[in-house]
Write a protein that binds this ligand. Structure first.
Ligand SMILES: Cc1ncc(C[n+]2csc(CCOP(=O)(O)OP(=O)(O)O)c2C)c(N)n1
Length: 373
């Protein structure tokens, strides 16, 4: 097989998209009009709502964890624009391979709130039948692969699925999410190298929230940005303000279109900040200066988007209040519907691995439940 010779790889300059941070909104939500992507008003509002859903779920479920009503929770507070701005650029047949903080993308694509809550409670309504730890949701219906706690393992899988799409000649694009910490894993290198060589339709979206538990991103890499790492693999890298929904959406849309039309992969670095703890098991005040966290609170992605929507007349204060009240009610209803639902039936323990459940598993189950002869 003849291998095409690629063009010379340009060396980065200061305006290189992999080094500069692309922005549409400033920190108060004032837009550079020339950069606002063409999006229907209803779609902007759908994205805004998607961000509010994440924030509301996170606040309610973190409180429930503290009350002892759920065992564990991982929130995405502060990262809502990176999650929704990117997910909204995907088509219904595209696939998402999430990292740790993209549950909101699954919900945005149709995962019901009740299924999300059921997964966290591990009850009988959980599409995953209680087999994963909380916050590891996934459904085939939403083309949202179950999250893996093993950092970066989803990246070669995503690349493989994109390669399959290319071989089949369909137009599927795969979004592969990762955190800054994942860039130190060998699976990141494997996926990027393969994606670059085979030019598969995958978009890597790195949510650089600046912390990998207690490791700051400055200690994660000696490279000036994460986006620049794409250069070494022959992959275009773009750095974007991850708290700026229109900017994330624009950059992602370009990357998705490029992938769909055979232009190959992109590495997007969405620069954001993890406002909360790593998970409900973590206390970030032990290892970071929370005055920096307060500075990032002032760059809140939801407030920025809200200000822009208000300035454009796409939303008014009363509409915003109603939207938030509606989301709050939906979240409360979902929790009320799922809390108290019993666990999956014991027989489900031996389902789904074999087409026909083998006798030895039936025997073991009978022994376990005391129902055997
Ligand atoms: C292979 C592997 N190594 C270590 C861990 C422990 N661990 C869980 S989350 C995490 C940090 C991940 O950081 P990052 O990729 O930046 O994602 P973030 O949590 O910031 O969203 C680590 C080290 C793990 N789950 N898997």
């Amino acid at each position: 097989m003849a291998h095409p010779v690629r063009g010379a790889i340009a060396l980065p300059g200061p305006d290189d998209p992999a080094l500069a941070t692309y922005r549409v909104l400033d920190e108060r939500g004032v837009a550079d009009p020339a950069r606002v992507p063409e999006v229907a008003p209803a779609e902007w509002l759908r994205m805004y709502r998607g961000m509010v859903v994440i924030r509301t779920m996170d606040e309610r479920l973190m409180a429930m964890q503290r009350q002892g009503r759920i065992g564990f929770y991982g929130e995405a507070r502060g990262q809502e624009a990176a999650v929704i701005g990117s997910a909204a650029a995907l088509g219904p047949d595209d696939w998402i391979f999430p990292a740790l903080r993209e549950a909101g993308a699954g919900i945005f694509r149709g995962l019901p709130l009740t299924a999300y809550v059921a997964q966290i409670m591990g009850n009988a309504h959980d599409p995953g039948k209680g087999r994963q730890m909380p916050c590891h949701e996934g459904t085939r219906a939403s083309k949202f692969v179950t999250m893996s706690s093993c950092i970066a393992t989803q990246l070669p899988h995503a690349t493989g699925m994109a390669w399959a799409a290319k071989i089949r000649g369909d137009k599927t694009v795969v979004a592969a999410y990762l955190g800054d910490g994942a860039t130190s894993e060998s699976d990141f290198h494997v996926a990027m190298n393969f994606a670059g060589v085979f030019r598969v339709p995958v978009v890597f979206v790195c949510q650089n929230n600046q912390w990998a538990i207690s490791t700051p991103s400055t200690a994660q890499t000696a490279a000036p940005t994460i986006a620049i790492k794409g250069r070494a693999y022959g992959i275009e890298g773009v750095r974007v303000d991850g708290n700026d929904l229109p900017a994330v959406h624009r950059v992602m849309r370009d990357a998705v279109e490029k992938a769909r039309s055979g232009g190959g992969p992109t590495l997007i670095e969405a620069l954001t900040y993890r406002l909360g703890a790593h998970t409900s098991s973590d206390d970030p005040s032990r290892y970071r200066d929370e005055r920096v966290t307060d500075e990032w609170k002032a760059r809140d992605p939801i407030s920025r988007m809200r200000n822009w929507l208000l300035s454009q007349g796409l939303l008014d204060a009363a509409g915003d209040e109603k939207l938030r009240a509606d989301v709050d009610a939906e979240v409360r209803d979902a929790i009320a519907a799922e809390e108290g639902v019993e666990g999956p039936p014991v027989h489900s323990l031996i389902e789904d691995v074999f087409a026909e459940v083998p006798r030895f598993l039936e025997d073991e189950l009978a022994e376990m439940t005391g129902s055997g002869s």
